[in-house]
Design a protein around this ligand. Sequence first.
Ligand code: NAX
Length: 323
Amino acid sequence: MKKQIITITGAAGNIAYSLIFRILAGNIFDQDTKIQLNLLDISAALPILMGVKLEIEDCAFRQLDSVIITDKPEEAFADSDFILLVGAKPRSKGMQRADLLLDNANIFSAQGNIINENAKKTTKIIVVGNPANTNALIIEKNTKNIPTENISSLMRLDQNRAKSILSIKTNCRVEQISQLIVWGNHSATQYPDINNALINNNNEKILSLSDQWILDEFIPRVQNRGAEIIEHRGKSSAASAASAIHDHVYALVNGSSDWESMGIMSSNSYDIDDQIFFSYPLNIVNDEIKIIDAVNLSESSITYIKNTEKELISERDIIKDLL
Ligand code: NAX
């Protein structure tokens, strides 16, 4: 029997409540592969985790092997094939962004050290808790035993949002759209780049879109979609975030024929500072993530890209003591 161990942190939270069921009902692995879930949260959340475990069992998922619930990161990370770092502190009323950054940075640096000591070298780490890209950098610096290329941060939610907004505008299906990517940070400075996008492998429809729609509607709508969801739901994105994490892990396992957006350690590609996690257009082939070279960038695209790079450098400055 083949088995994959998936660790989810923040497992008593909102995203996890969708994510767990999306993974177990999904098609990331072939149907003969069983899944062991290691669910980690803080001690106060253990009763909730017990309720979640009972619900998982009640689904009688064919692919489920077992569920471990724990407040001990050492136990949660042991032997894991995928570590989904979702758990983080939410921003409370009156809290400054820098304080949140530091609070969450401390969580990620502590978890990085424990992963380094307890996880397999081959484990793949996906950082979701915000600020996801900068937390991924902290994880990278604190997991010397794990190859850098095994660490990525979630940008697929932003990419999915861009695809769905474009599909509604152009009256086409999402699967007809390709090469639509998001550069930079998972924040309002991200750059959803429509310039290389295709519909049915053709750029005619994209070229017919007005600059006014792209600049004043499409880009800001994708950048601020998280806030738009909060405005309507009174809560942040959870089901769509979970679905995007599923898609991200699916692409890591099965590869991707389309361009993917993920935060990965920059290696000066596209002249971006080499010590930040930056979302690039990527291909994933045979378990290897490769930045797509020579994507066409207009002057305006470079301005957007430099702006989001600047934000990531300033986030890094705030947490530099933890690197
Ligand atoms: P919730 O507040 O519902 O859940 C967070 C959970 O993390 C809680 O159960 C909490 O007890 C747990 N937690 C806190 N500290 C922990 C620790 N040290 N170890 C283990 N668990 C810990 O938040 P939720 O809506 O699930 O969002 C989780 C994170 O995802 C947030 O940081 C959020 O900002 C981020 N997001 C990132 C996205 C991305 O695309 N990268 C999109 C969605 C989401 O906004």
